[in-house]
Design a protein around this ligand. Structure first.
Ligand code: GTP
Length: 474
């Protein structure tokens, strides 16, 4: 028996006949969340799904972590529609964008039969899954089918002890694929299986090689079970919203200014609701309305004093927060009353201050915090470097030495490179010290040929990486 089929005696096939809630006429579109730590094999599995003759219309939502987006070069070209979300992590900063894309998909005339969401390797899939239970329309039209977590059998043990994200991905899985089983022995695989089962008693576990698994084992399998999940992890039922904070203010008519300093995100979404009277009623009402606002377009504000004042009402404002100057937004309050301000992030993260025309600072009369903290490991970062055409032998020499010496800290390397004299792009992929590459799309005649490489990991030295790639282009 090879290592890759050691775990296949699981009774793994879906058994809708045993599931009392199984309804073959269920019109809801099944959603698969593909997750797993950096380089575990998510895109490899996604490509398998997209190239297989499945006969279904699939929409793919891709969220990538890294200073330069490379995944558009890695996902196979098919007729399927792919939505990229590259400006933040799907489990926190771009939750609102996820809601917006899903809302648009649900309104489409020609409906999709499946939705697949590939999260970043640094995402906590919990909040992504909770999106499907947040809103009545979402619950009526979409069904979370399974959280499929890929585990890199070769490298996972280097991250299990010090990465909360890695543990959350395993704990949240309905299906755990122990991928890269070709790179470990049968004993190592058995030990890993035991370890992950200890972290998640509910998941079905299967060993895979290059994401090789029958699609009917991962798509439309009805593996996600809300009751079982909530019993195992009660936080799962915690309220998860695209807003982390709401403050209630008693305001008189006039113009106010909201000032924000630079924070963890270059933009912040906010909604000014009201006026209303009752504390809980105004909170509840505007919370519901704010989620719905994400199905439309946000009104973008530059954060400069020249912007027109924001008015209370059903508008989602997206404010740009400059890294040095922060942002300012004037608010026009037409009538005395109680107003609610909902913000995507906690006010203290942006040192948010509200002032009135006389310089007074009205304080909220009540506040709600919706955030359940899923903080990312701040010690993990990303550095993207670019150069012109490269000398292939210099590149090989440099990258081999770099990954051999820094491989424990460089978790993931991805790049699209222009090698001198070669007609095609070269797509480079590395996970710690292991790397490979392949020819990508050909360069078109007039196209500028350039190289982009992104590193994700700890203690990344931007100057050294930039100098190294530039040496390869000399
Ligand atoms: N040997 C081996 N390599 C694999 C296997 N699955 C994927 N890979 C390789 O691992 C690397 C990363 O695979 P991806 O599918 O891009 O991983 P990912 O999880 O999408 O990566 P990120 O999105 O960057 O987190 C690529 O070089 C793949 O060819 C496998 O089963 N065995």
């Amino acid at each position: 028996m090879t290592a890759s089929c050691a775990l296949e005696s699981e009774g793994f096939a879906p058994r809708p006949d045993l599931d009392p809630s199984f309804d073959p006429a269920d019109p809801r579109v099944p959603v698969t969340v593909l997750t797993g730590f950096l380089g575990a094999g998510k895109t490899t599995l996604l490509n398998r799904i997209l190239t297989e003759q499945h006969g279904h219309r699939i929409a793919v939502i891709e969220n990538e972590y890294g200073e330069i987006g490379i995944d558009h070069e890695l996902v196979v070209q098919t007729d399927e529609e792919i939505f990229e979300m590259n400006n933040g992590c799907i489990c926190c900063t771009v939750r609102g964008d996820l809601i917006r894309i899903l809302a648009r998909l649900m309104r489409r005339k020609h409906k999709f039969e499946r939705i697949i969401i590939e999260t970043t390797g640094m995402a906590d899939p919990g909040p992504v899954a909770q999106t499907f239970f947040m809103d009545e329309e979402m619950k009526a039209k979409l069904r979370l089918d399974a959280i499929v977590t890929l585990v890199d059998a070769k490298h996972i043990t280097e991250h299990l002890d010090d990465s909360d994200e890695c543990r959350a991905q395993i704990a949240s899985a309905d299906i755990l694929l122990l991928n890269k089983s070709d790179l470990v022995s049968a004993d190592e695989l058995a030990a890993l299986e035991q370890r992950v089962r200890g972290m998640n008693r509910l998941a079905r576990v299967q060993a895979t090689e290059h994401g090789g698994i029958d699609l009917d084992q991962v798509l439309d399998v009805r593996a996600f079970d809300l009751e079982a999940r909530a019993a195992e992890t009660p936080e799962f039922l915690q309220e998860e919203l695209p807003f982390e904070w709401a403050g209630l203010y008693d305001l008189t008519p006039g113009t106010y200014e909201l000032a924000l300093a630079a924070g963890p995100d270059p933009t912040i979404d906010l909604v000014l609701g009201g006026p209303g009277l009752e504390h809980e009623a105004i909170f509840a009402d505007w919370k519901r309305r704010s989620i719905l606002l994400y199905s439309g377009d946000a009104e973008t504000r530059s954060g400069s004093a020249d912007d027109a004042p924001a008015e209370p009402g059903e508008t989602l404002y997206r404010l740009t927060v400059d890294a040095t100057d922060g942002a300012r937004l004037r608010l026009r309050i037409p009538a005395a009353g109680r107003y609610v301000l909902l913000t995507q992030h906690l006010p203290e993260e942006f040192d948010m201050q509200l002032t009135d025309a006389a310089g007074g600072a009205p304080a909220p009369v009540a506040e709600h915090r919706y955030a359940s903290p899923h903080e990312h490991d701040d010690s993990v970062g990303s550095v993207g470097v670019t150069a012109g055409e490269l000398d292939p032998s210099r590149f090989e020499q440099w990258i081999t030495n770099l990954l051999r010496t820094k491989g424990p800290d460089i978790f993931r390397t991805k790049g699209v490179l222009a090698f001198r004299g070669r007609p095609n792009r070269f797509v480079f992929q590395g996970v710690h010290m292991l790397f490979d590459g392949d020819d990508g799309k050909p360069w078109r005649d007039a196209e500028p040929r350039g190289s982009e490489l992104v590193f994700i990991g700890r203690n990344l030295d931007r100057a050294e990486l930039t100098a190294g790639l530039s040496w390869c282009s000399a």
